[in-house]
Design a protein. Structure first.
Ligand SMILES: [Zn+2]
Length: 480
């Protein structure tokens, strides 16, 4: 019998606001000393009262609009009760009855074509703290820096059916939310996390199978492996009776390549959701709604078309550049300074993107300032710095974001020499040192001169216009 996998995702995304969701503590504590970003509110002290951060609602709405959701004009917060040591209030403030956004749609594209994935809802909530187990063997420490950091949870309908579709869906969400500048969505940093709900059923059946929820996947690769493993486990259980499938939460162990039962899946009733009386309902009026709507970015597809018409870029160039908003920002910044779209695109695609690839960095990790790149490109266009040396400067700009290309070129001897006297001297010496190459060239082997050209360029440390050098060199040899 043929089976199909039915997958729904719950994606948690950390919103990139400066402060936490219900207090003014900084939301950015990555790498900070434990418990240094806490106050009575986010550490759950008695008598504390939460106040909603407006920016979190702005970002929640914006995320909803990017994913084609309807925005609930009255959105409320609820308590989700459970006890765990990283949750100081013994409940999480989340949204259950009236989440900020509902009924969305995300279009994905895979090798099988385009497909729409429905979004059930997006709700805003606070993150929990972190338990630290590796300081002492006999003790667990708790760090509340992360408590109340704002999250949205994006809940899809069970419309996904393969690891490839899941990957495309996560990438699409990441691209859209990054374009809207509401979130980083980097799984490696924990700013995007994903739980996978999976079941298996005979192909064509409309009845859902027994569902397992998988947690603890830290990368898209791990998610793909977990989906493949779990699908095989379910099919084995159905076909060969290897086990009785239960609705449960399972932990993925990426090293062992296996999933393990954690607990039988709790139902909503276990969490005793009820409206949080400490947080007033949030009413989104037309002004607020339109204000947020007016800040929506150009979608990647629209930007791609604009790059083609406005900058006359090829399909390929426009497609490459719009893969990430970080690439677009860098390209547009470079264009602003050097005024050549073609040169900016070429530098982005053949140099910047290949350095990112070599360094195994994602496009979103690009931190080179576009305007600085533009000044570097201009130095090359104006014949002040050779291309090879410009690449060395670009490499340095990846290391140090404060580098000014011209200053750096001057300090490191990368400025082109227009001193023809010096070039002639270098040519003379190189010709004398390579009598065989000269003889070969004279006897008709035109390429023989390239060896002399190369040694001159090396001697000049690349700081010479290749055309000028070639002219001086051929003139000199021809006169011999
Ligand atoms: Zn706080």
């Amino acid at each position: 019998m043929k089976y199909e996998t039915v997958i729904g995702l719950e994606v948690h995304v950390e919103l990139a606001t400066d402060s936490k969701i219900f207090c003014s503590c900084s939301a950015h504590s990555y790498g900070a000393e434990p418990n240094t970003h806490v106050c009575p509110a986010c550490s759950g002290m008695p008598g504390m009262l939460p106040v909603v951060n407006k920016k979190v609602v702005d970002y929640g709405m914006k995320a909803g609009m990017m994913l084609n959701c309807d925005i609930n004009r009255v959105t409320t917060f609820d308590k989700k009760s459970y006890y765990y040591p990283d949750l100081p209030c013994a409940y999480q403030t989340t949204q259950w009855f009236a989440p900020v956004a509902v009924n969305g749609l995300v279009e994905i594209e895979t090798s099988k074509g385009k497909k729409n994935i429905r979004i059930k809802q997006i709700h805003m909530e606070e993150d929990a703290g972190k338990l630290v187990h590796d300081i002492r063997e006999d003790m667990t420490h708790v760090d509340f820096n992360r408590t109340s950091v704002p999250l949205i949870e994006i809940v899809s309908q069970p419309d996904l059916s393969s690891a490839e579709e899941v990957e495309a869906y996560l990438e699409r969400i990441k691209t859209l939310l990054r374009y809207a500048r509401v979130a980083e969505c980097e799984m490696a940093h924990g700013t995007m996390r994903c739980d996978v709900n999976l079941s298996v059923r005979p192909e064509g059946s409309d009845k859902l199978g027994v569902r397992a929820e998988m947690k603890n996947m830290n990368s898209i690769e791990a998610i793909k492996r977990a989906i493949e493993y779990e699908t095989a486990r379910h099919i084995d259980a159905i076909e060969r009776g290897t086990e009785v499938l239960k609705q449960e939460t399972r932990r993925w162990d990426d090293i062992k390549g296996k999933s393990y039962a954690m607990r039988t899946k709790e139902t909503a009733g276990d969490y005793r959701y009820f409206p949080d009386p400490n947080v007033m309902p949030v009413v989104i009026d037309d002004n607020w709604f339109n204000e947020v709507k007016s800040t929506l970015p150009e979608l990647p597809e629209v930007k791609r078309e604009r790059y083609k018409t406005e900058f006359n870029l090829s399909d390929y160039d426009a497609e490459q550049l719009t893969k990430s908003i970080a690439l677009c920002d860098c390209f547009e910044g470079a264009y602003e300074v050097c005024k050549s779209a073609k040169d900016s695109a070429n530098w982005m695609i053949s140099e910047v993107m290949s350095i990112l690839n070599v360094r195994k960095m994602t496009y979103d990790m690009l931190s080179v300032d576009g305007k600085a790149l533009g000044s570097l490109i201009k130095l090359v266009m104006d014949g002040k710095v050779g291309r090879t040396n410009a690449k060395k400067i670009l490499e340095a700009m990846f290391e140090d974001g404060t580098i000014e290309p011209l200053k750096y070129a001057e300090e490191n001897g990368y400025v082109m020499s227009n001193d023809t006297g010096l070039i002639e001297q270098v040519v003379k010496k190189a010709v004398e040192a390579n009598p065989k190459a000269v003889a070969d060239y004279k006897s008709g082997k035109e390429k023989a001169i390239l060896a002399i050209f190369g040694s001159c360029m090396k001697e000049l440390k690349g700081n010479c216009d290749p055309a000028v050098l070639k002219q001086i060199l051929t003139d000199y040899v021809d006169k011999l």
